[in-house]
Design a protein around this ligand. Structure first.
Ligand code: ATP
Length: 343
């Protein structure tokens, strides 16, 4: 998989080189700002209709339809193998679809790949920085792929290093960077061509809370400036915090779509009660005809009469430890995709 990923990256770079003539007259004004179209009209930037992707006898993406609008931060959630990266790669035009329709900037991804690629910025799941180059040279080399004039490239690199607080690390070799710095550098590099669409495949994977918050702040800033951003993530708090809308996928299909708050409200009307998965408690619940689910050492009660059930449990089942909490996107995710480990 990672070998295939790096081959795709090489193909991406070659194709970007090929399309220099297409973007030679690209407007270079307003460094970070110019990629941000402040016009928040509801134009679909990405449109997928009944999209399929097969790998031999495996259907990785199975008839998905979705639209991503200008200025939105849109998330793809799903367990391992759900098909998220496959969709990202089709949007990036590095993997052709098997059937269905997919357009980016109203252009067909299979036909107009070169032009689409010139207008997107990509942060891949795996850090593919050049280990032989310094922080700033990693960005400057990317600028050359896009035929950005050298002085302009230096100006933009300065701004991006500053935006991601990497200025002091500019001469540092990649091997000496922390995981958080590498992810920030990947983001900075992805913005060098002032893309109209930013695609982030698990942008904060493996980062500590401080580094994640730092990236969230930068992404929120980019969003507020009107950028269209698509991301995949396994961190449901990240999705809840960042995404305007998202889809939850499993086995190549979209199971639900909506804003994080709407999804939670759609599937849960009351708080959730959690208590210990203890035989005495189970007996007590059964005796009182209270329906429950078990998940490892946890019992969950998602009853429409949650507050009454909580009181009842406290009175009837002595010594019970009860947590009553509002439902979250993670509850929706587990409800829709189950608890079975994938792959
Ligand atoms: P993860 O969260 O683990 O990154 P994902 O949702 O991004 O998973 P994909 O990487 O899109 O899932 O994979 C979807 C399915 O397609 C998986 O079963 C995967 O093994 C398969 N797959 C992905 N790429 C290829 C490929 N190049 N050749 C064959 N099968 C592939």
């Amino acid at each position: 998989m990672s070998e295939k990923q790096s081959l795709a990256d090489v193909r991406f770079h070659l194709s970007v080189r090929d399309c220099f003539s297409d973007i030679g007259n690209h407007n270079l004004d307003n460094t970070i700002g110019s990629m941000h179209n402040r016009n928040m009209e509801r134009d679909p930037v990405i449109e997928a209709k009944n999209l399929f992707k097969n790998y031999r006898d495996l259907t990785a993406v199975s008839g998905v339809s979705f639209e991503v609008y200008q200025g939105e931060l849109f998330g793809f959630l799903g367990p391992n193998g759900a098909g998220k990266t496959t969709i990202m790669r089709m949007i990036q035009c590095v993997s052709p679809r098997s059937s269905g329709d997919l357009s980016v900037f109203s252009r067909d991804t299979d036909r107009d790949g070169r032009i689409i690629r010139s207008r997107i910025g990509v942060v891949p799941q795996e850090a593919n920085l050049d280990p032989d180059l310094s922080v700033e040279d990693n960005i400057l080399v990317y600028a050359r792929f896009f035929r950005i004039p050298p002085m302009e490239a230096i100006t933009r690199t300065e701004e991006l290093l500053s935006f991601f607080e990497l200025t002091r690390k500019r001469k540092t070799p990649i091997a000496s960077l922390s995981g958080g710095m590498k992810r920030r550098l990947l983001l900075a590099r992805a913005l060098i061509n002032r893309p109209s669409l930013l695609i982030l495949d698990e942008p904060t994977i493996g980062l500590d809370p401080q580094a994640r918050h730092h990236i969230w702040e930068r992404l929120m800033q980019l969003k507020q400036e009107g950028n269209t951003i698509v991301l995949t993530t396994h961190y449901l708090d990240e999705a809840q915090r960042l995404c305007d809308r998202l889809v939850i996928m499993d086995q190549g299909q979209i199971l639900a779509e909506g804003s994080p708050d709407d999804l939670v409200k759609r599937y849960f009307q009351t708080d959730i009660i959690e208590t210990d998965n203890d035989p005495l408690i189970r007996d007590c619940l059964i005796k009182n005809r209270i329906s429950f689910e078990t998940a490892g050492d946890l019992i969950q009660i998602k009853d429409a009469l949650t507050p009454l059930v909580a009181d009842h449990l406290l009175m009837q089942c002595s010594g019970v430890r009860i947590i009553r909490r509002p439902p979250t996107l993670e509850d929706v995710f587990l409800l829709l995709t189950g608890r079975r480990i994938r792959e």
